[in-house]
Design a protein around this ligand. Sequence first.
Ligand code: ASP
Ligand code: MG
Length: 409
Amino acid sequence: MSLYVYKFGGTSVGSVERIKIVAEKVKKAQELGNQIVVVLSAMSGETNRLIGLAKEIQVQPTDREMDVLISTGEQVTVALLVMALHELHCDAVSYTGSQVKILTDSTHTKARIREIEDAKVRADLDSGKIVVIAGFQGVDEGGNITTLGRGGSDTTAVALAAALKADECHIYTDVDGVYTTDPRVEPKARRLKQITFEEMLEMASLGSKVLQIRSVEFAGKYNVALRVLSSFQEGCGTLITYEDSQMESALISGIAFNRDEAKLTITGVPDLPGVAFKILGPVADANIEVDMIIQNIADDATTDFTFTVHRNDYERAKAILEATCAQLGARKVTGDNSIVKVSIVGVGMRSHAGIASTMFKTLAAEGINIRMISTSEIKISVVVDEKYMELAVRALHTAFELDKVTEER
Ligand code: ASP
Ligand code: MG
């Protein structure tokens, strides 16, 4: 007998009709002889609606009360699904996070799971019940309701799968898997049959928003086999798993991009110890996240320093940098908030030379100027002008033959 944790996202439970479809699906899975735990999100749009209500009353509600409020969406869907299962004559029971209990720390609105008491869930499963658990929420030591951050139901599902040692954790969503790139940018994008945790983490942090990043980290840490599938169509989706020698290794698994980038440069900085700290310290103090950082080799005892930030932080970061510029007696600050980051991701690049040069050659052939480059073990990112984004993604997709990825991979 296999144990599965199935998570259904907001659109999959967005209406009573859809909830009934989910119930049918879960019933079928159980009838095949499996034990099923279901984790649900709130109905699509519901969490945003609740946040909107709060904002009509208070500009800055306390995080504790926000959690009491926004955790309600999931309580609605779990009860409705269990009713739908009862209608189908299935034995099923719903629990909120605190009923389970899913114990978290006390960081309201972005709590971390510490422990799951799974005895009750196991007993229910053993007595033949389908167990339906509210995603996104937990409870702290003091009995306060907490939530896990937007998209947190994914993490609830993975954490439960880890605790229960489930055979697989299925994330049912409105796309049928993880693609080589966003099909809206490159219609020739293909679904990947398999991708490693590391690659998925890079893809997710680079803006591919299929799963909450934390859920992928969690799955990697506890070795939970994670599968992304469509709730609306049949198929085996994409399995996110450990790299194994059997996996026919493609050089590149995907192309990710991030549109919301901006870069700032400070030139003529005196080349002295502590300068990087003096430049980036105040940026960090303002809670602005810095991504790529490049410092040039010093020429005439001065150097240039460039970094990227989220586009929303551009004006703030620029003002901070201008103050630093005056303080350091540097030459000037320039910036550009119409840049994007395009990255190729793949564990295959660890063992293959020449991937970077293929990337640069491809971009050059399209006349695309590379503004910045950064690399990690399994990723190469370039910053290019916004207007070249689609072209860059499509050209790289073709160059690395991602349109030829077969379903067999
Ligand atoms: N309902 C929550 C949200 O919208 C959690 C989730 O859907 O995973 O962020
Ligand atoms: Mg989601």
